[in-house]
Design a protein around this ligand. Structure first.
Ligand code: GDD
Ligand code: MN
Length: 379
């Protein structure tokens, strides 16, 4: 593969390494310290003589992944670390790594050895052959899943999510949720402005928006067991992804974030009723029980929204408590609005359920818009 090296007014300096990387491998990480030295070596073995660089994009992992990466980089200058502080999110991390890439081709893979690094040169050859995007697929040959899905539920869940995702993205790939893919740097540049920084599924996002325009190819691989550490793909990630699917299905009419916010609100209703019954059963008077139940539900709503809906702006430490106070304040205003709207509509002769529902929807919209702006504002 031929690549033009553009070096404005810079003659090559014999003291410096000359080979510009042909491939950048982006490794998003959260608590992968143990895996970094191993994966860097494995990638080097797999790449043979092909010049490459490795960018670890770490969300300030408490296990010191960033420090380990810098230690590795001392003897392996083709490795560097982007340490993101105060931010979480796989898609955003992948995007940032891709944007920092020096090579004309970029790959993204897990840092935990679940993806088969020996496929990298094969994928690179596909790009050289004209592909825009090459996806490492776990499903090319039927539904082979590999040992990485050690829980049966995970394999089933993944299959279901894949068929749902395929319905929405069209059938451009058998594995639109893969975390293992490679694309031309300039393709990454064109999608960068539009892909969502939230959630887990950057590939799904690229394929669902640009699938029709791209030459997409697949390379099968076996999804291996994670070597060290644990998976971050839990229940919350699945819920976030379902939100993304519905949002995409409605053509973006219903933002994924609002769906999550509404879902959390519904869970708050359950918390509220359970607390109310518990408290009044223990002999507390109704007004006090109702007040305390309201605050308990607001608190769990805040915590869930912080984890799921606004995971990418997650508040921690002092900012968590400050956020909780603004959340209480905004939701209280929302509740007053709810009452006002419901009363008005009721006075106009609407049935009770309609009046009540209108008030609830109104306050949910208000709470969402204002807490997004105030409680979870950027920066
Ligand atoms: N920077 C950053 N920030 N990295 C993250 C974050 C985050 O918030 N969450 C996870 N990662 C890193 C992990 O450290 C790992 O290197 C990679 O992203 C994938 O996370 P895993 O926790 O290993 O995901 P998984 O193996 O359960 O999920 C696999 O299957 C999914 C599809 O079902 C992965 O291949 C995913 O990429 C894939 O989407
Ligand atoms: Mn993994």
């Amino acid at each position: 593969m031929k690549h033009q090296t553009i070096s404005p007014n810079l003659d090559s300096d014999p003291r410096l390494p000359t080979a510009a990387p042909e491939l950048t491998v982006v490794l998003p990480t959260y608590n992968e310290a143990e895996n970094i030295p191993v994966i860097v070596g494995k990638i080097a073995d797999a790449m043979g003589g092909i010049a490459h660089e490795v960018i670890v994009v770490d969300d300030d992992s408490p296990d010191g992944t960033a420090a380990v990466t810098r230690a590795v980089a001392k003897s392996h200058p083709h490795v560097r670390c982007i340490r993101r502080v105060g931010r979480r999110g796989l898609s955003g991390a992948c995007l940032e790594g891709m944007m920092a890439a020096n090579a004309p081709v970029v790959a993204v893979m897990d840092a935990d050895m679940q993806h088969d690094e020996t496929r990298l040169p094969v994928m690179l050859a596909q790009i050289a052959d004209g592909a825009d995007l090459v996806i490492g697929s776990r499903y090319v040959d039927g539904t082979r899943a590999g040992g990485g899905f050690h829980k049966k539920s995970r394999a089933k869940g993944s299959e279901l999510a894949t068929s749902l995702a395929n319905m929405i993205t069209g059938s451009y790939t058998t594995d639109p949720m893969s975390g293992f893919f490679m694309l031309r740097r300039d393709v990454a540049d064109t999608v960068a402005g539009t892909v969502s920084r939230e959630g887990f599924k950057i590939l799904f996002d690229i394929v669902s928006r640009r699938g029709a325009e791209l030459d997409i190819r697949e390379v099968p691989f076996e999804f291996r067991e994670r070597v060290a550490g644990e998976s971050k793909l839990g229940f919350l990630v699945t819920v976030q992804f379902l939100g993304l699917l519905v949002s995409r299905y409605t053509g973006g009419l219903v933002p994924a974030q609002f769906l999550l916010f509404a879902l959390v609100g519904t869970s708050g209703l359950v918390v509220h009723m359970a607390s109310l019954y518990g408290l009044s059963a223990s002999g507390m008077n109704f007004t006090l029980s109702q007040t305390i139940a309201t605050y308990i539900a607001m608190t769990t709503n805040f915590a869930f929204n912080n984890e799921v809906t606004f995971a990418h702006r997650k508040l921690a430490g002092l900012r968590f408590w400050r956020g909780l106070v603004t959340f209480y304040a905004i939701c209280s205003i929302g509740a007053l609005g709810n009452l006002a709207v419901a009363e008005r509509i009721f006075e106009f002769g609407a049935p009770v359920w309609l009046a009540g529902l209108s008030g609830a929807v109104m306050s949910a919209l208000f709470n969402f818009a204002v807490t997004k702006l105030v409680t979870w504002r950027d920066g």
